[in-house]
Design a protein around this ligand. Sequence first.
Ligand code: UD1
Ligand code: MG
Length: 423
Amino acid sequence: MMPKPEEISAIVLAAGKGVRMISELNKVLHPLCGKPLIYYVIKKIKEIGIRRILVVVGEEEAVKEKVKAFFENIEFVHQKKPLGTANAIQQAKGKIKKERDVLVISADTPLIEKPTLRRLIDKHAREGNSCTFLSAHLTFPEGYGRVIRAGREILEIKEEEQLSKEEKEIKEVNGGVYIFKVRDLIRVIPQIYPNNKKGEYYLTESIRLLRREGRKIGCVLASEKEILGINTRDALSRAERIMQERILAKMYRKGVSIIDPHTAYISEETEIGKDTLIYPFTFIQGKVKIGRGCQIGPFAHLRGECVIGDNVVIGNFVEIVRCTIRDNCRIKHHSYLGDCLVEEGVNIGAGTITANYDGEKKHRTVIKKGAFIGSGTILVAPVKVGEGALTGAGTVVLRNRDVQKKEVVVGVPARVLRRRSNG
Ligand code: UD1
Ligand code: MG
């Protein structure tokens, strides 16, 4: 039943000005859980198997550049002026003729989920519709286009400012995600005129025009969350919350405990093992892998590209970036570790700092198995601390002055005091 992905292309609309964001940054580039809004939409389209993706962009190069940084094989179409969603399609029209159907999706709808897109594509094919779109029932539908029906039949979509007083009561809204038969879309697009207050060409007019031709229109119901369109900062914050809820739900299913879901921020790419406990006010960004039975936080900041083993304790006010921390390490208080390899069973005392940046380059610190780093130690990278070595409180280990295996060093700069017999 399901049409092959080769038979569908996708158009992502991203050329709008996004004036309601009140921002210098293009709307679709605003970060959601650390990634631009448009990233999520393209990712979902790719994941359902659609290969041909056209992105309609405006004058700004930034959107194009950002998309290219994340994805390969995206085609770009330029819309010189943001004259409306139908005008955006008008620009892309010439490029979609080969395929049978086209999925049209707003780049400001990042919470859309794969099963819903599949249901949309499936129903469209099953019913032989000319257009099938996502709708949702909202308690507060203001700002969205409304679905106007006669009984169950869909008549048209009207934008907020086109609505009569009675129509404003309609709670069913247009989700901004559609699949069209390409030839039908191509035929009606030139018939759309900007006869509205904003003077824009509305893609939503296509529904009325197709119906007038006697074509079939269908609709798939989605949840309010999934179709949330990010037009304002307020909606962006709400999306962030929903995204976090989804990420945390995934963590619970893996056996992770989160004491306070309201203050734990975990990136989409984070993986956490069974029986790890996340304390409040923990912020985990980028690609981070945490093992089993760890304790993270409170007030911990894991800034990305970190691999943390099993039974590791990362306590309050610890910041970690680009680090590999092996099993059974303890970094319990007030530390900064950047660009480090910390081997098994290392204890990092309170207030330890890796001075990893010399103003030009970042350098690595390696702390070998079973080493004991005393409180307030500064490790000036690049530097190595040998297996079982110990630094006294307040030691400053200078760059390239590696501490040898079992050595005990103290002072500023560090000097060798003795060798450790145990540890
Ligand atoms: C649109 C729909 C509305 C729907 C809502 C769902 C229209 C006319 N209205 O309204 O029915 O309920 O989405 O979220 O389509 N864009 C362009 N070129 C333009 C204008 C916009 O590419 O000239 C892009 C924007 O970057 C955005 C998308 O199209 O990603 C939708 O535009 P937006 O201004 O957000 O439309 P809404 O007012 O949200
Ligand atoms: Mg919108």
